[in-house]
Design a protein around this ligand. Sequence first.
Ligand code: AMP
Ligand code: GLY
Length: 415
Amino acid sequence: MTRCVVVGGGAREHALAWGLSRHAEVVVTPGNAGIAAHGIACTPTPAVELDADLVVIGPEQPLVEGLADELRARGVAVVGPGAAGARLEGSKAYLKEFLVAAGVPTAAHGTFHDLASAAAHLRASAPPYVIKTDGLAAGKGVLVTDDLAVALDDARAKLSGSAFGAAGSTVVIEEGLLGEECSLHFLCAGGRARLLAPAQDFKRVGDGDRGPNTGGMGAYAPMTSLSADQLSEVRELMIEPTLAELARRGIDYRGVLYAGVMLTARGVRLLEYNVRFGDPEAEVLVPTIGADLLELLGDVARGHVTSDPVPVTRHAVTVVLAAHGYPGAPRADDTIAGLGEDGQLAQPLDDVVVFHAGTRRRADGSFVTAGGRVLAVSASGATLDEARRRAYAGADAISFSGKVSRRDIAARTAS
Ligand code: AMP
Ligand code: GLY
């Protein structure tokens, strides 16, 4: 049997490991308490020391640090770009330079290292103001505001290093775009890209897209409101030029390329590239894939994918349950009720699976909160409405003190 190693320890890695475990022997490093309870092996041993036919790297940090290069140098098949490709996500300033070179439509921007020029730029711009830390910030390094004073304060905090340390010492200030957002994941290798189900992530903490940005409070897929024309625009204006620019730079990109796209009145605009599966998008993509995940990812690692979209056979919705205080300082050690020994619903529901993001297990076997995002409750169904009802039935069956979640995941599109 194929031996597969998944790197990471969140709900995304739980979903990937769960999907792969149907066809492979899976080990997750480091994994988490909920993945282990679900019967999937977890180990603190680093990926480079594990024996594997295929390694799937979940989070951006090890990709940016060059883990894929290190594994490939040892002859291991890997899903995930090397450090050169991962810069697309690792540096917003590099990304913008790349997009301009490739001719990909994106928000106009300026890159700043000092407050005086950043402030002058903000004062001369119209709202909404968009300020991004250059480096990795776990999805929380972006401020979008209509208030100039708030924007100036944010630029000051980021550039002084007090908000994100060195990751914030360069900021990118962008033209504010308006429109619907979507998460388009492509399996890339050999200069080709295969689209997975278009997904939508809910980034703000509160219902109606209010409150601060988070890592993601829920998602659904497929996003059927996206037209065929919009999808071909994304392929022609974004993906094809990006693959060509990667080739021009000598980057052999083998991994997931996740395009964060805004559908504006003036056409599609790229907000960002991520070089891995989204979280919580992976928690809805894995259940919608109508193909063998091991084969799909194995093809990526071996460098040959086709250009046809991956078949989508189900609808899926995931609802994130976060800890009290999220996305600020999350509270740990709140006891979670509603989960059984295996970390799944104590009263199982059809087609519902609970992916663990930030949980810990006490000696008595109970689960407690141990992170910002705690659980992602995913459900699939023949329709979006069915998936949504199941996901909320699952989410409502789990409780802990201070539980933060949104009620409106996939609400506008489900009937
Ligand atoms: P990013 O990490 O670059 O995708 O930014 C995180 C979130 O901030 C995005 O999902 C958008 O909701 C928002 N955002 C980023 N860039 C812009 C922009 N230029 N205009 C409006 N909203 C943006
Ligand atoms: N869901 C957003 C991300 O993974 O970056």
